[in-house]
Design a protein around this ligand. Structure first.
Ligand SMILES: [Zn+2]
Length: 345
């Protein structure tokens, strides 16, 4: 089937699980009660994605406070007690980040419980998201390695360890989130793609599809302001995509709907599956199925039909729950419409 549907990854957390509309929300409970609440929220979103008609499901990242720090909590060598304020994404916004203080090592499984829970509760294919090495490096303060490339490679090894375990849990797609790729394009070419490939090593041989998600960030005010400085045409992908096309990564998730990315840049991803963002996560206006089908049609000029997936621009974590729900339905309905509209093109 063409134009299969999936989301970038995250979904809003219910008010009974965590604070709403926040990127680093506080949990509403702790201990076993919190563990149970995370899984119940996951179940709710599995059902919502199935009801909407999506093809490849995620856990909505209901079990992690933030898409980067959720992973770091299981890494030895990181001081979470003494967080420091740091400008991240080239100082676009400030965040309280943990510090790398010793050689890195996994304490154990990171996402085993939620991956197995997701696998147990849907018959559909499932995707699991992990932060990419460069994005992790950009979201911690390094007091030990002293070199971003070396630190990225150290994280890549840990990510690979967890990713292989996720493959054994029955995950079909593993996606690394690398919003930092759009910020440090020189580093992407120097060591970013190499670190990403290290994180994804052997996954294809284990029967798992590998993906990378590169976006211009959540729809939070700091990002909206930053996007205004990027000019009429956002051409960051132009430098990154040829390197990704030459890499072992199989799928690329990118922004399209309401984005200033010139759609012809998608043609640079020859040989890759392209997860086209047809849902804007920076706006509460819900796309109509016609709009979604139109965006798919635009992408179809540059991406072969069997390579084209319909996706969201980015995660929906900070959004309103009802809006996110409606956008899931629009995504599936729009892809269905596109299948009929472009059936014989
Ligand atoms: Zn994103």
């Amino acid at each position: 089937m063409m134009f299969e549907t999936t989301i970038a990854g995250s979904l809003p957390k219910p008010a009974w699980l965590a604070e709403e509309h926040k990127l680093w929300p506080q949990w509403k409970s702790s201990g076993p009660e919190l563990a149970q609440a995370k899984l119940e929220a996951t179940l709710l979103w599995i059902k919502a994605q199935e009801d909407a008609g999506l093809d490849i499901l995620t856990d909505g990242e209901q079990s992690r406070q933030h898409f980067v720090h959720g992973f770091l909590e299981q890494v030895e060598g990181i001081d979470f007690v003494h967080k420091v304020e740091m400008g991240i994404r080239a100082d676009r916004y400030k965040a309280m980040v943990p510090q790398v203080v010793a050689p890195l090592k996994l304490k154990g499984r990171v996402h085993g419980a939620e991956a197995r829970f997701l696998r147990a509760h849907t018959q559909r294919r499932i995707k699991f998201t992990l932060p990419g090495p460069m994005t992790i490096v950009d979201t911690v303060a390094d007091r030990h390695y002293g070199d971003r490339a070396a630190l990225a490679m150290a994280f890549a090894e840990l990510l690979n360890e967890e990713a292989r375990a996720l493959a054994a849990d029955g995950v079909d797609v593993i996606q690394f989130d690398e919003p930092a790729f759009n910020v440090y394009t020189d580093d992407v070419l120097a060591w970013g793609v190499k670190a990403l490939e290290r994180a994804a090593q052997c996954l294809t041989a284990l029967g798992v599809k590998t993906a990378v998600h590169i976006c211009y960030g959540y729809g939070i005010p700091a990002n909206v302001e930053w996007k205004k400085t990027l000019g009429e045409q956002w051409r960051q992908y132009e430098r990154i995509f040829p390197a990704l096309a030459a890499s072992s990564i199989e799928q690329v998730s990118l922004e399209c709907q309401h984005s200033h990315v010139p759609p012809e840049l998608m043609a640079l991803l020859q040989g890759k599956d392209v997860l086209v963002g047809v849902i804007d996560v920076a706006s509460d206006a819900v796309e109509t199925p016609e709009e979604v089908a139109d965006t798919i049609g635009r992408a179809l000029q540059f991406v072969p039909r069997h390579r084209l997936f319909a996706c969201t621009n980015c995660g929906m974590a900070p959004m309103d729950r009802e809006v996110a729900m409606a956008k899931l339905r629009a995504l599936a309905a729009g892809a269905k419409m596109a299948r009929e509209r472009y059936a014989d093109r």
